[in-house]
Design a protein around this ligand. Structure first.
Ligand code: PLP
Length: 362
């Protein structure tokens, strides 16, 4: 086998090695099925077991109350931007907390289905932080409040939910889902594109509070109708069964190998600390994008003294087996995505490389 690099890509992102090994082991014949997961019916007993187990593990990890349902939806998080607006905005107003590139994309899709308004915007500050509750201008009549718990591109993260009173709280948790425990009962709708913390790309995991389903209008396309999706247990059409299978394996890894979300959070904090410490002690050679209180534990964004030095940093790092460190094209600079599956050793290797690179340049 070719040696695996440390892959700091923002998504599709690195997956836990034991998950890939298990999938490899079971690829030709899933136990009890005598065929690959990709070759068996989504209505077969074997696949029913995979789906049930994946949901049970998600429920257990999040300590999800019976009021909420779990869906696997096609189209990733981007489809959710539209789907949630088609189901719950419908010409009305909703509050969007404008924290960066992904919040903007979510709001732009919502504009096609109603009148979303910005309850706060960090644009003038170049999206370096998340807002405090006291800064939010919330409309108590809003259909919902939408926030992005982790801005993947800017590298900022909320560590507490916005306080929104009785208005349903919706969240795009694509890039920090399952990275730490959250008070899930506060959320009416939470969704996450799978390709960062939970599996392959192309699907979203959706957690929806059941009472919201009463608000779903008639006549939506079936796959964009949360009620249809819930009633059919994510099996209205043929879903990406392989994706659901891998998500299931990742959830089992989180529960059994890691030991749950508390433990995962502890590891993630330690990993991020390794890199932020280098930034903070570099005397300004490395400059973090986010203000310290809003620093993401998943996407560490930083600049170097010049774009040429950044290019050199990224190229040399790649040669050293540390890949995917280029920042998003919209903001430039560097970004280390250190989701759940990035091992501590990967962050240590990056830390050592950063220190050595500065020494060579300084
Ligand atoms: C926070 C956030 N929201 C939404 C998306 C879009 O997800 P997808 O590509 O699955 O549609 C991404 C990344 O791709 C993201 O990081």
């Amino acid at each position: 086998m070719e040696e695996r690099i440390y892959n700091f890509s923002a998504g599709p992102a690195t997956l836990p090695l034991p998950v890939l090994q298990k999938a490899q082991e079971e690829l030709l014949a899933y136990p009890g099925a005598g065929a690959s997961v990709m070759e068996i019916s989504h209505r077969s007993k074997a696949f029913a077991g995979i789906l049930e187990r994946a949901k049970a593990d998600i429920k257990d990890l999040l300590q999800l109350p019976d009021t909420h349902r779990i869906l696997f939806a096609p189209g990733g998080a981007t489809m959710q931007f539209s789907m949630l607006a088609m189901n719950f905005l419908r010409g009305a107003s909703a509050d969007y907390i404008m924290t960066g590139s992904w919040a903007s994309k979510a709001m732009n899709e919502a504009k096609k289905h109603g009148a979303p308004r910005a309850a706060w915007s960090g644009k003038d500050e170049n999206y370096v932080r998340m807002p405090k509750n006291s800064e939010l201008d919330l409309d108590p009549k809003a259909a919902y409040v939408h926030f992005t718990s982790n801005e993947t591109i800017q590298g900022t993260e909320f560590f507490e939910e916005p306080e929104v009173g009785d208005v349903p709280l919706f969240c795009d948790a694509s890039s920090d889902f399952m990275s730490r425990p959250i008070p899930i009962e506060k959320y009416a709708l939470l969704y996450a594109g799978a390709q960062k913390n939970v599996g392959p790309s192309g699907m979203a995991v959706v957690i929806i509070r059941e009472d919201l389903l009463e608000r779903v209008p008639e006549g939506l396309p079936s796959l964009l109708d949360y009620k249809v999706m819930v009633e059919n247990d994510s099996l209205y059409n043929t879903p990406s069964t392989f994706t659901i299978y891998i998500i299931g394996l990742v959830m089992r890894w989180l529960r059994e190998d890691i030991g749950g979300l508390e433990k995962m959070a502890e590891i993630n904090r330690a990993k991020a600390q390794l890199i932020y410490d280098v930034i903070d002690s570099s005397g300004g050679f490395y400059r973090g994008h986010a203000v310290p209180e809003s620093r993401s534990l998943m996407n560490v964004t930083f600049r170097l003294p010049s774009e040429d030095i950044e290019k050199e940093f990224i190229a040399q790092a790649a040669k050293a087996g540390l890949d995917g460190l280029k920042g998003h094209r919209s903001v430039g600079g560097c970004r280390a995505s250190i989701y759940n599956a990035m091992p501590v050793a990967g962050c240590e290797a990056l830390r050592d490389f950063m220190i050595e690179f500065q020494r060579a340049k300084g």
